[in-house]
Ligand binder design. Structure first.
Ligand SMILES: [Zn+2]
Ligand SMILES: [Zn+2]
Length: 146
């Protein structure tokens, strides 16, 4: 099983465990969150969902994502200029890199984030509760497209 399949199943389990109904629309939303690596916004999730469920409403997406957020099964990344993005693949805080041209957001895997947090705690004597790291730049696709 790959990471996407694992997260798809984990999110379903979390919903069932907390007695939330797993409707076909909800399943489709979970799938989008588990398989999409570019941190979609609510309206982007809705646009994908609408292809399979034309009668669905953005409220369905909002509600499902809110439930997943409450269960810590999705990470919300708030941007003042880009709107809120969602990561269902890695629901714990981790570094993100954002393209200033196309606004796509990706994960950075190369950094050992736990190690970095440990070092920051050691240096400052803080007990760190929340950490967020954003890096900005221009993605490869946009760099290749003058
Ligand atoms: Zn880009
Ligand atoms: Zn992410």
């Amino acid at each position: 099983m790959n990471q996407h399949e694992i997260r798809f199943i984990e999110m379903q389990k979390a919903l069932k465990k907390h007695k939330y109904k797993v409707t076909p629309q909800r399943l489709a939303i979970l799938k989008i969150l588990a398989y999409n690596i570019s941190h979609p916004k609510i309206d982007e999730i809705y646009e994908i969902l609408r292809k399979t469920f034309p009668t669905t409403s953005p409220a369905t997406v909002y509600k499902t994502v809110a439930v997943l957020k409450e269960l810590n099964e999705v990470l919300e990344i708030q941007y003042s200029d880009k709107g809120n993005r969602y990561d269902g693949l890695t629901p714990i805080p981790h570094p993100h890199i954002c393209c200033t041209v196309c606004n796509k957001v990706f994960d950075i895997q190369a950094i050992n984030f736990d190690d970095l947090i440990n070092k920051m705690e050691k240096e400052t004597g803080f007990e760190i509760h929340h950490v967020r790291m954003d890096v900005n730049g221009i993605c490869q696709e946009c760099r290749n497209d003058p």
